[in-house]
Write a protein that binds this ligand. Structure first.
Ligand SMILES: Nc1nc2c(ncn2[C@@H]2O[C@H](COP(=O)(O)OP(=O)(O)O)[C@@H](O)[C@H]2O)c(=O)[nH]1
Ligand SMILES: [Mg+2]
Length: 153
């Protein structure tokens, strides 16, 4: 799997109760030198996913500061590109395949990350989901929770 270079728009086709739906994912690059592109495109997303690399705790502070920067820029309804405050958000704790015994560590990790990132100060309608984009673990959980939120809009 290659790092995202620039913004990648990916269409995902799903079947729901006999009809076909398309979810458009706008994937933003995580690399420092490309982060300036975040939300350069003027869009109002129906949902948000914020991905944290669980295998790099030494970079949690950096990930938190980037989240705060993003949130401060888009949370306020008077912002240039506001993202409505009731927008559903998933926080991915990614790369669980690289964390030894992650299931035992998960409750404390979730608590620590919540305290640090203060997601509940911004988009309050959020869930924290452990995943591995490499092995695919957790992706089904994410999609199952996301679809009803999108369909209810
Ligand atoms: N082991 C493991 N590696 C991952 C996972 N997700 C991404 N990677 C690797 O991490 C590197 C950076 O990818 P990613 O975090 O998606 O970068 P970004 O697109 O720049 O944000 C790539 O080499 C990926 O193969 C994961 O869940 N597990
Ligand atoms: Mg990527």
């Amino acid at each position: 799997m290659l790092p995202t270079l620039g913004q990648a728009l990916v269409d995902c086709k799903i079947e729901h109760e006999g009809s076909e739906k398309i979810i458009k994912f706008l994937d933003m690059p995580g690399q420092l030198k490309l982060r300036y592109t975040w939300m350069k495109t003027i869009i109002k997303p129906n949902g948000l996913i914020y991905m944290i690399d669980l295998s790099a705790p030494e970079r949690f502070e950096e990930a938190r500061d980037e989240f705060f920067k993003f949130a401060e820029k888009h949370f306020d309804e008077n912002a240039q590109d506001p993202i409505p405050q009731d927008t559903y958000m998933q926080v991915f704790l990614n790369k669980i395949d690289l964390v030894d015994d992650f299931k035992t560590k998960l409750p404390n990790l979730k608590k620590d990350i919540l305290k640090m990132f203060k997601f509940d100060k911004y988009w309050k309608n959020f869930e924290i989901i452990p995943i591995s984009t490499k092995t695919g673990e957790g992706i089904d959980v994410s999609i199952k929770k996301f679809i009803p939120k999108l369909l209810s809009l």
